[in-house]
Design a binder for this molecule. Structure first.
Ligand code: ADP
Length: 437
């Protein structure tokens, strides 16, 4: 192009020089200078456009991928593009840092949300799910990650919708369909028009509250009768019956029996509370099963003799378990005492033990009336009695078997009950076998 313009210029000067003499020469020179300036400008513009185009191209790439940089800087230092290039790279670095920080925060947020035992759901202004953690998925029985789906498809509880629809922070307790009893707190999201739901499984808490309420009611009920008898007897004695040779001793005997009953209930309650609080110190050591059994029998002898119940012990002398001797004695006294108490008069009780793998199975068997199927699974519950009047009449507190279960499990063992054939019950206890003496 430069050669073409120069050719045209030379031709013009030659033509004008012939036609116009010296005035024409001045014009030709001015025209020549103008054209030269124009050409130089065009050339400079062309030289500038190329790096500008490259800068635009590289900037586009940087916008698409902020980890990239504009490299034109090194090739053209000192140019005006230098500063522009620097700024583009600076902005890219800044955006890159923000992206990395954002990604790290997202990972942190999702790992915190996934690690929570509480369910977390975040919805946008149109109640579409934006976040749903693992705990929430489990509570709702959802196997996918339904981000972008309407919440209504996954929580079909009208009370929850009323809350999500509102603008206030609020709480509701609901039974999720095929899920747990759940406390749901709904709050507004910061800096957005969506809502956040926190879901807490309260099944265990509510069950424990019921257990505690029932326990308090049962204790009050158990204490009420002996306390009422003691009060009535004392009042009658004070009113003059103490001088009555027939009534006096009877009332005093009633006082004594009910005071004993109160003492038994309180002792059992104390044992249970110590076991619950983990304050019952277990010293596990090798214990000879037969020796402890024979020691326990002394506590039930009087009752067995009174009811003419025979007790047979079929245990090898060398059989050892890993147990706390005091706890094991308490278990045996409870089980053998029950067998003597609930079997028929002149009945039989057998205490036997045998090795079963790494354990020893100890059985207390009787030939009494046994326990009906519907009661059998529940006799280890606190205050549960298969035959309440029989138990009270025999001086039972309804707590013995629950203590037995607690003690056995605290020693790494287990207990259970099975029907005996042809009649009666078999209470069994499994404990880890000890081979060291
Ligand atoms: P209790 O103080 O009433 O004996 P336990 O917890 O020891 O309380 O026993 C719970 C209930 O289990 C008893 O009330 C009784 O109904 C039943 N039971 C326990 N052992 C026997 C047994 N050997 N035969 C029949 N019933 C039994």
């Amino acid at each position: 192009m430069f050669a073409l313009v120069t050719g045209v210029l030379v031709a013009l000067i030659q033509r004008e020089g012939i036609a116009m003499g010296s005035g024409g020469q001045v014009f030709a020179l001015a025209l020549g200078a103008f054209v030269l300036a124009l050409v130089a400008g065009l050339v400079t513009m062309e030289l500038m456009r190329r790096p500008m185009r490259e800068l635009a191209h590289q900037t586009r790439n940087v916008v698409r991928d902020t980890s990239r940089r504009v490299s034109i800087l090194e090739r053209d230092p000192g140019n005006e593009l230098h500063e522009l290039t620097e700024w583009v790279n600076f902005l890219a670095e800044d955006a890159d840092r923000s992206h990395t920080a954002l990604a790290r925060e997202r990972v942190l947020l999702s790992s915190v949300a996934e690690g929570l035992t509480q369910g977390v759901i975040a919805v946008d202004g149109e109640h579409r799910i934006e976040l749903l953690n693992d705990a929430a998925r489990k509570m709702l029985g959802v196997t996918s990650t339904p981000v972008g789906e309407p919440l209504i498809e996954f929580v079909r509880v009208p009370a929850v919708f009323d809350l999500v629809d509102g603008n206030e922070a609020a709480t509701v307790e609901v039974q999720l369909p095929n899920g747990p009893r759940t406390l749901i707190r709904v709050a507004n999201r910061w800096g957005g028009d969506g809502r956040v739901l926190l879901l807490e499984d309260v099944t265990t808490v509510r069950r424990l509250e019921t257990v505690r309420r029932d326990f308090v009611a049962n204790v009050s009920h158990e204490l009420r009768t002996p306390v009422a008898v003691i009060r009535a007897n004392a009042e009658t004695l004070l009113a003059g019956a103490k001088d009555d040779p027939v009534m006096g001793p009877k009332l005093i005997d009633g006082l004594h029996r009910n005071a004993e009953r109160l003492a038994r209930i309180l002792a059992d309650l104390l044992d249970l509370s110590r076991l619950d609080a983990g304050q019952y110190r277990m010293d596990l050591s090798p214990v000879a099963v037969k020796a402890i059994t024979l020691q326990s029998l002394t506590a039930v002898e009087t009752q067995a003799t009174a009811r003419e119940v025979t007790i047979e012990v079929e245990i090898a002398d060398a059989l050892m378990v890993k147990a706390d001797p005091k706890a094991l004695d308490q278990i045996f006294v409870n089980l053998i005492d029950n067998a003597v108490k609930y079997t028929r008069a002149k009945g039989h009780v057998w205490v036997a033990a045998r090795v079963e793998g790494d354990n020893v199975r100890i059985e207390v068997r009787d030939d009494g009336p046994g326990i009906a199927d519907k009661h059998r699974e529940r006799v280890f519950e606190r205050f549960y009695r298969a035959d309440p009047s029989r138990s009270r009449e025999a001086g039972g507190t309804g707590l013995g078997l629950s203590i037995v279960k607690h003690l056995a499990e605290s020693m790494g063992g287990a207990v259970g009950v099975e029907p005996n054939t042809p009649n009666g019950s078999i209470f069994w206890l499994k404990l880890p076998r000890s081979t060291t003496a």
